[in-house]
Structure formats: C-alpha cells, structure tokens
Design a protein around this ligand. Structure first.
Ligand code: NAD
Ligand code: GLY
Length: 360
C-alpha cells in the first residue's frame, strides 16, 4: 500500500493506493464529518462494488444511501446532475454529509461538481475505479459536467478529503478502458518526468498484462506527478495547464464526434500526437522523439491519428478551449520528451498542418 499526500495546507489530503482498500471502512471513517454518506455511482459500477462499500461503511456505523446514474460520458450532463441533487434532497442530506464518488472519471467529475455546489459545498471523497480516474481525474479537485458546445465547460474546483484507489477494481475493467487510462500515464512522462517515460517504455507489457505491482507503481508515480503539480498551482494559473497536453485537440475530437464515441483517453492520445507533430514543425521536437512517442502509444493500443473531422471543425471546437485567453489559443507543446511548455504563438496554418498530418 502506498500513501501520498496532496499538499494544500489545511486542505491537504491523502491518496491511498493498494489492493482491497474498498473493504476497510476505517479509511472512510477517518475523513468523515458525520456518520452520513451519499454514494454516487453508476449502473455498471454499482453491481460490482457498491455492496462492498456499503458494508465497509456499515461496520463503521455510517449511514449510507446511493444515487445510481446511467453509465457513460453522454450522461455527464445537467439532467443527470439534477438526479444527484434530487437524491441528496430526498434523503435530507445536510452540510456534514460526505459525497462519495464510486466509479470512473465521469462519476468523479459529476459527483465532485454536485459536492461543490450542494448547499454551497459538502465534503467529498473520491473512490476511483478506472485506471484513468486512479492516475488523474480523482486527484486535484477539478469537477465538471459537459455542455453540448464544449467538454467540462460547467464546473468548479473542489478538492476531495481523500482519494482511495483500490487497484483490485481494475480486474473488471475492460481492456479498451485500461488502454485509455494509459494515455494519461504516458502524459506525465512526456510533460515533466523523462525517467518515468523510460520506465513506461520498459514496463508497458507488464502494465497491459495487469501485473499488480507494476500497476501500483504506474499509479503511484502518476499520482506523485499530479499531486506535485496541483500543490504548486491548484487553480491553473500556470504550470497546471501542462497537464492538458493533447487535451485541446482531444476535447475537439470528443465534442466533434459526440460525447462517448471516442473514449477520453483515446482522444487525448490522438491529440497528443497532434501536439507533438506541431512541436516538431516548430523545430522543438526531433523526428526520432516523435517516432518514439508514436511507438509507445501504438504499443498501448491507442490511436495515433484523429478522426476524419474537417480541419475547420477541429479549429472551431478548439477555439472554445478553457485555455483561450483574449481570443488567443494557448497550446501545450513539447520541447523534448519530459519538457512541456505553454505556447500561444503557433500560426493557424501550422496548427492546421499538424491536424492534417495526424488525421485519419
Ligand atoms: P468513465 O467514468 O466513463 O469509465 C469508463 C467505463 O468503465 C464506464 O463504462 C464505467 O462505467 C466503467 N467502469 C468504471 N470502473 C469500472 C470497473 N472497475 N470495472 C468495470 N467497468 C468499470 O471514464 P474514465 O475514463 O474513467 O473517465 C473519463 C472522464 O474523466 C472524462 O469525462 C474526462 O473529462 C474526465 N477527466 C477528468 C479529469 C479531472 O482532472 N477532473 C482528468 C482526466 C479526465
Ligand atoms: N486533468 C487536468 C488537470 O487536472 O488539471
């Protein structure tokens, strides 16, 4: 078992990573403000893990109710969010009730936004059950729902009191979802941790084979990177934006195709290759480095080309990005493997050429 800390002064919190943690109610007990919990989960995760969490809470004398959402990115929306508020109100949850998000990034982002806004903010606990959520979305307090015109456009920062990442839940995760999560793992190597990138290259087969010790190391090293960035720049005034490598292109893919058609991690993978291609065109990334990046994504079974949307559609959707400032698009680009930068000087022609080169 590994425990890391996200250091945010009085709002600091632990990330526990290990096998079988779901069944130990003491983790929950240690961070609750009252003996009341509302679990938010979905129709796929509930039959797999809800009973176990309820039992763990019961042994600690905690009263827990649950809201079960429909599954999928297409439901990370306003109407589903309302059903979470309905559940909280119907069960008369008060400001001391903790909202526990049990599931992947969709449940975590939406449950977190409900926790941030219900009665102006209630305690929140993340129990991520996908690789993507364990390495990225459960850490750092970004919560949101989608708008038809843009991904994650309605949201808030609301840090959890604890992240409980039980790696044994990954046993039931479909292969495609495991691979999608790897896109965010590779991201940390590319933006700030070149030794981790080397390690991923050498351990990728063990990760894909779900070797528990290798998975725990991949999750811990990812969370260490994320926790350090969040501690340095909680609300994305600077460095935190680097965590969005590939995301400006990727969000355009997700929105352009319709939410849920490509998985988030798949869109980020193709988007990262577009960002790397643009970096190469600017003379910042060597051909050999681009090939190395492409090779690792291919081995992970992730797309290295985006879908065949018109370039104009990519550009129009990218103009909605949250990193746009004063109308200028700011992109995360690479000045080598392990060194990401924010750049607002790329010309529309160069951006379009990078998209064209990396589109199916
Ligand atoms: P997801 O939540 O849709 O989960 C993927 C699928 O796996 C779903 O069908 C889910 O029901 C199922 N599932 C979850 N756990 C399972 C398990 N243990 N066994 C079997 N099936 C399981 O998708 P995701 O990839 O976890 O998250 C993607 C979302 O995260 C996107 O909405 C993205 O925008 C968001 N995100 C947020 C942040 C952040 O910082 N807040 C960072 C990255 C991504
Ligand atoms: N996933 C990007 C962030 O947390 O900032």
């Amino acid at each position: 078992m590994h425990t890391l800390t996200v250091s945010l002064a009085e709002r600091s919190y632990p990330i526990h990573i290990g096998a079988g943690l779901l069944d130990d109610g003491r983790y929950f007990s240690s961070v609750l403000r009252s003996r009341r919990v509302m679990i938010v989960t979905n129709s796929v995760v509930a039959p797999l893990y809800l009973e176990r969490v309820l039992r763990a809470l019961q042994t600690e004398g905690v009263r827990a109710d649950a809201v079960v959402m429909p599954d999928g990115e297409a439901h990370k929306d306003w109407s589903t969010l309302m059903t979470v508020y309905d559940g909280l109100l119907e069960k008369r949850c008060d400001r001391t009730t903790a909202l526990v998000a049990l599931g992947g990034g969709v449940v975590g982002d939406m449950g977190g936004f409900a926790a941030a806004t219900y009665q102006r903010g209630i305690p929140f606990v993340q129990v991520p059950t996908t690789l993507l959520a364990q390495v990225d979305s459960s850490v750092g307090g970004k919560t949101a729902i989608n708008h038809p015109l843009g991904k994650n456009m309605i949201g808030a920062f609301h840090q959890p009191r604890m992240v409980l990442a039980d790696v044994s839940t990954l046993d039931t995760l479909p292969d495609r979802e495991l691979r999608a999560g790897l896109a965010e793992v590779i991201k940390y190597g590319l933006i700030r941790d070149p030794e981790f990138f080397d390690w991923i290259e050498s351990c990728l087969d063990q990760i894909l084979a779900r070797d528990p010790a290798t998975l725990i190391e991949a999750i811990s090293r990812s969370c260490r990177n994320k926790a350090d960035v969040v501690a340095a720049d909680e609300t994305e005034q600077g460095e935190r934006a680097l965590l969005n490598l590939g995301h400006t292109f990727g969000h355009a893919i997700e929105t352009g195709l319709g939410y849920g058609v490509w998985l988030h991690g798949e869109a980020v993978a193709a988007g990262t290759l577009m960002a790397a291609e643009l970096s190469r065109r600017l003379g910042w990334l060597a051909d050999a480095e681009l090939e190395r990046i492409e090779h690792v994504f291919r081995r992970a079974g992730l797309p290295v080309h985006g879908p065949d949307l018109p370039t104009s559609a990519y550009l129009a959707l990218m103009a909605h990005d949250k990193k746009v400032e004063d109308g200028a698009l700011r992109l995360v680009l690479l000045r080598g493997i392990g060194r990401a930068v924010i750049h607002s000087g790329a010309s529309a022609d160069d951006i379009a050429a990078a998209i064209d080169a990396r589109r199916a």
